[in-house]
Design a binder for this molecule. Sequence first.
Ligand SMILES: Cc1cc2nc3c(=O)[nH]c(=O)nc-3n(C[C@H](O)[C@H](O)[C@H](O)COP(=O)(O)OP(=O)(O)OC[C@H]3O[C@@H](n4cnc5c(N)ncnc54)[C@H](O)[C@@H]3O)c2cc1C
Ligand code: FES
Ligand code: FES
Length: 458
Amino acid sequence: MEFQLNGRSVRTGGFPAHATLLDYLRNNGLTGAKEGCAEGECGACAVLAVAGDGGGSRYRAVNSCLLLLHSLDGQEVHTVEGLACDGVLSEPQRAIAEGGGSQCGYCTPGFAVSLFAEYYRPDRTGLCDPHAMGGNLCRCTGYRPLRDAALSLGAAPDDGFRERLDRPAPAMSAYSTPCFERPESLDACIALLAANPDARIVAGATDLAVEANLRGRRWPKLVSVEGVRELKTFSETADAIEIGAALTLAEIEERWTDAPAVVRSWFTLFASPLIRNRATLGGNLATASPVGDAAPLLLALDAEVRIAAPSGARSVALRDFFQSYRKTALAPGELIAAIRIPKPLPARLAFYKAAKRVMDDISTVAAAFAIDTDTDGRITSARAAYGGVAETPVLVSAFERALLGRPWNPSAVRAAQDAVAGMLTPLSDHRGSAAYRLAVAQSLIEKCWWETREAEAA
Ligand SMILES: Cc1cc2nc3c(=O)[nH]c(=O)nc-3n(C[C@H](O)[C@H](O)[C@H](O)COP(=O)(O)OP(=O)(O)OC[C@H]3O[C@@H](n4cnc5c(N)ncnc54)[C@H](O)[C@@H]3O)c2cc1C
Ligand code: FES
Ligand code: FES
């Protein structure tokens, strides 16, 4: 395999499928990126990937502990060592150093990398957004000096780093080794899966690499969907929005320019920028995690999963996609091609994530509600979907039965709360007891009512 590392071509090989860029870097003397957690939580391992589609490109900060080395063939990466030119620190590095944003220094390269990506963000017009460092943790300095460093930066200079963004990002061309394949077309991908029944699909690897790093999982072959062009499309018509399964959350956020406010804030509640730069929607649904955040929102939006199969394409309503704990309707050799959201979108849409931390945390309970009424204010459709309250994400059909034909008022809220309580089977774990989860699931219906009432009164 060959890739560009800090502007130089690197040729290397012989790595197993699960090898990560972080291991490669540290074994080759580039020790700026640190291993803090090996599971995408701390950002100490952050590096920059040059990414984009068509015209220009951008720097995306990503966790190198979750970046599979093979996935980098033909790609361009910069580590913190490459950001300073001839011994002169880049502006983000200088601002962090001079602003007292570093003490022990363990986290500092990761913060510098995330801030660097924000500093050179092509569509940035104002100050750097400190939230760009939202996936980086610091245990000793505290975040104030880091925030101030971000806010002290002006426009990026017209230097080589900026000029690089005028050119397209490297293509995700076909790549093939005995343990890792990256096809370019859907047909080639399906053929590979059929010929290799033991192969595992990989997209952004934000789940899969954690399995390898922390649970020692190994695979004889991985088939990456990152280069499959049919899975990287986004389209919106009068009838639907269709999102390619291999688009990252960051790409979806950029392409869905008229997404409802609820969806826009949903993005910010999903993990961190470092994870969103790699995590795909297809990967999220395929894990069938009971605490995944995409499923409740998409269930409330009545989404459909487009499945690519050896025998052709088929579609499954998302409400039928999750079959039991971590089990989906995908048969061997099948993959998620796209997610289709029908239009018009519901008039009232809400998403809530109850977690121990507001940002960058796993949901204890996630809930999404979609409610439409007629001109008399009577409910014509109502969907409530939850994560964290059953062995799969669930659409609670009793919610709609309890609400149809009623006005959206406090008595309807109480009826919906009773209906939901009878249908949920939460577990107790370290994030919350079953009773707590049930209480949250019910109270979020009331929260939705208050919020929609206030929005309509405004
Ligand atoms: C630090 C951290 C924070 C996180 N925070 C959140 C969070 O807030 N909310 C949340 O919901 N999740 C969170 N996650 C989980 C994870 O980021 C998501 O599940 C992500 O969307 C997975 O996508 P991926 O592309 O990385 O999948 P991968 O890791 O590449 O794959 C995951 C699984 O899906 C399969 N797969 C991938 N693509 C397809 C496809 N097209 N068709 C069929 N199977 C496929 C793979 O075989 C694998 O089994 C977090 C993860 C980490 C590490
Ligand atoms: S080592 Fe913590 S995010 Fe990579
Ligand atoms: S400076 Fe020590 S962890 Fe951030």
